[in-house]
Design a protein around this ligand. Structure first.
Ligand SMILES: Cc1cc2nc3c(=O)[nH]c(=O)nc-3n(C[C@H](O)[C@H](O)[C@H](O)COP(=O)(O)OP(=O)(O)OC[C@H]3O[C@@H](n4cnc5c(N)ncnc54)[C@H](O)[C@@H]3O)c2cc1C
Length: 431
């Protein structure tokens, strides 16, 4: 009988793995590869801040899981994972309901021989009061779309007030000075700078107040200090108010309460501070870290059950005694690649190899204004990048994800389509 390999989560890690295993094992009927995701389409998560700001129309970048499965040799099931039964080697998917709440599909059970969990992470609110109620998160396309819709409403409201002669401003607060917060701040400045082209001519950068709040004493802890300072300077030159070393202690309607000083008042607040694996992971009888990540061994297997694997943000994988693999797209990609190779090695009766994380560096985009980052050439040697070169390197990360999913030729065609869309479509999504 064919082995049943079930992958839950079709993100940066899970979709690449399903595609590769489908090509090598699924098409040849050596194993049955099933990918489960709660959505029917995939959007690479690092693009979400562009969706939120309107810089990207998500419909142009989404990938249909069923189409990918049909081409690449895996089966796709839409469904939300609810629970894992280790003893019965089965997972339960929640019922699917329509918008009125009527059931379309009853809860389903799915048997596996090998289960690979790749369900990503959610933003951590660290139990800070009011965050869940009053802040926007950018964990999913739905959340990014919700924020975008609200942002458009604010654009209209403030533009009209200015047209009516009122002295008003649009204020936005972002909690979290990591890559997501920094990139979102720059994208928002850029979006507002484009508004006049599309008829909202009263609202410009002068009427925009963005405040980026970070608990630590610097932005971008994953980057060298010099680059983080250069990002801070650039953001300030774009008019962003950067507050460092001042943790948020509460979120209220329309304001962040800081540990010291005045509240940061804002029409919209985005919470982008830290990640954790989804809470439900704690109920599956697997060993997890404090942030809910599933603790895995060197072969990416759960330390509690050797037929369950975890990759990407939901996996707690040690680099050494002190450090854990960071939740990044490159980690998900490397884990997917190692697991893919190991599964093939097993099929060829070869020994599997341990996973070693290779930090290839970090890149941060400041919208059309700049990009910065460092590329690691070896453990101790890194090359700093800024400006155009860094922007190209940043853009290539998404292209590498597309290459893994479609191959070089189709990746090139998609690049051409994006270039054409850039010419024929508006530069800002205003609906
Ligand atoms: C705005 C933003 C910008 C970022 N920028 C960068 C960057 O520049 N560089 C970088 O390296 N990283 C970046 N990241 C982090 C990066 O996106 C993640 O580390 C990466 O996507 C993790 O991959 P993954 O496969 O573990 O999870 P994801 O890519 O998040 O995929 C998880 C998948 O699981 C599905 N899923 C979740 N729960 C369930 C469930 N219960 N049932 C079924 N399906 C489920 C989801 O729908 C999703 O498709 C960014 C993140 C954000 C939010």
């Amino acid at each position: 009988m064919q082995e049943r390999i079930v992958i839950v989560g079709g993100g940066a890690g899970g979709l690449e793995l399903a595609t590769k295993l489908g090509r090598k094992l699924g098409r040849k009927k050596k194993a049955k590869i099933t990918l489960v995701d709660r959505n029917s389409t995939h959007l690479w998560k690092p693009l979400l801040h562009e969706v939120a700001s309107g810089a990207l129309d998500s419909r142009l970048a989404e990938l249909d899981y069923r189409g990918q499965g049909a081409r690449e040799g895996f089966q796709f099931l839409v469904g939300t994972l609810e629970s894992v039964n280790k003893d019965k080697k089965s997972i339960q998917l929640a019922a699917i309901k329509d918008e009125q709440g009527d059931e379309i599909l009853a809860p389903r059970n799915l048997q596996y021989d090998r289960l690979i969990l790749a369900i990503g992470s959610v933003t951590a609110d660290f139990g800070i009061p009011g965050v869940e109620e009053h802040c926007y998160f950018l964990d999913s396309l739905r959340q990014a779309d919700e924020f975008h819709e609200q942002l458009l409403n604010e654009f209209l409201r403030v533009n009209q007030s200015l047209e009516d002669g009122q002295n008003t401003k649009l204020s936005l607060a972002i909690a979290g000075g990591g890559a997501t917060g920094v990139e979102l701040a720059a994208e928002l400045v850029h979006s507002v700078s484009l508004l006049s082209i599309y008829g909202l001519s009263h609202l410009d950068k002068e009427h925009l107040e963005i405040c980026l709040v970070e608990a630590g004493d610097r932005l971008l802890p994953a980057l060298p200090k010099r680059l983080a300072s250069s990002v801070e300077k650039k953001l300030k030159s774009l008019g962003v108010n950067v507050i460092l070393g001042n943790p948020v202690k509460e979120a209220k309607k329309g304001a962040l309460v800081l540990s010291e000083g005045d509240d940061v008042e804002a029409d919209l607040i985005v919470w982008a501070a830290g990640v954790r694996a989804p809470d439900m992971v704690k109920d599956w009888g697997l060993e997890v870290r404090k942030n809910n990540q599933i603790v895995v061994n060197d072969y990416l297997q759960s330390v509690s059950d050797s037929s369950i694997y975890a990759i990407g943000d939901c996996a707690g994988c040690k680099i050494d005694d002190e450090r854990w693999v960071p939740p990044r797209a490159q980690s998900a990609n490397q884990m997917a690649e190692r697991l893919y190779k190991n599964i093939l090695r097993e099929y060829r009766q070869k020994d599997v190899k341990p996973f070693h994380y290779k930090d290839k560096g970090s890149l941060v985009s400041l919208s059309r204004y700049s990009a910065v980052g460092n590329l690691m050439q070896s453990k101790s040697l890194s090359m700093s990048l800024e400006g155009t070169l860094a922007r190209w390197a940043y853009a290539s990360l998404y292209r590498m994800h597309q290459r893994a999913l479609h191959g070089w030729w189709k990746m090139f065609l998609l690049l051409m389509v994006d270039k054409l869309n850039h010419v024929v479509k508006p530069r800002l999504k205003l609906h």
